[in-house]
Write a protein of this length. Structure first.
Length: 220
């Protein structure tokens, strides 16, 4: 096998590792929200236990990227691909961390719920997971249309977060509110907003990989 063939195989391996890690990160967020919705402590514990695996995937991908840069000195589109991978893994790892944090709060709450607020969180979680999976699809297909769709949907997550804050303010005004539970719900809402931001980051790096432009600035 020639040098270029070996290099191309390494790039394909990089893509596959990214997609595998991305799938695990998306699953972690989805399972964390399912654990919250259904007061499923075992599912939440599984999310927490799985975060170390996501961290190991991040390190393996970073090692592969650095090896490619050192040995091949990629330029143009190849450099964009490797650079994108190194940025993407950071957002994927943070998705895993957010899922772990939500799972920990789910365990702390146990079976204690505030139904009207839980419904809003669940809806926001579904939207966030949908954004992640669309961003992953955009990466896999190098699809600029899907990437733009994810970026546009960030406003939806922001609107969900605003609705949750309004609902929480009304809830706190009631007699005998469950303060600790409500505060944890606010934290979960904030994690979901950040998850949406990470999905947008993924989509923006997909655009960069194709164009060399990130946030309206040409880089490579």
């Amino acid at each position: 096998m020639g040098t270029r063939d070996t290099y191309d195989q390494s790039l394909r391996e990089l893509d596959q590792k990214i997609l595998t890690m991305a799938g695990h990160a998306a699953d972690a967020v989805e399972h964390a929200m399912d654990a919250l919705e259904n007061s499923n402590i075992e599912e939440a514990q599984a999310v927490i236990a799985g975060d170390d695996s996501i961290d190991r995937e991040e390190h393996a991908i970073e090692h592969l990227c650095l090896g490619l840069i050192a040995s091949q000195q990629p330029v143009a589109s190849d450099l964009r691909k490797v650079s994108t991978a190194m940025k993407v893994v950071t957002d994927l790892e943070r998705l895993g961390d957010a899922a772990e944090d939500i799972a920990e709060l789910s365990i702390r709450r146990g079976s204690e719920v505030i139904p009207e607020l839980l419904v809003l969180l669940t809806e926001t979680g579904r939207e966030a997971v949908g954004m992640i999976r669309t961003a992953i699809a955009a990466y896999a297909a190098e699809d600029m249309t899907l990437a733009a769709e994810v970026i546009d949907r960030d406003d939806v997550i922001d609107e969900h977060f605003s609705q949750i804050k309004t609902a929480l303010a009304k809830y706190f005004a009631q007699e005998h509110p469950e303060i600790d539970c409500a505060i944890d719900y606010l934290m979960i809402a904030k994690y979901l907003e950040r998850i949406g931001d990470h999905a947008v980051n993924l989509a923006e790096w997909v655009q960069f990989s194709k164009t060399g432009i990130h946030k309206h600035q040409r880089i490579v």
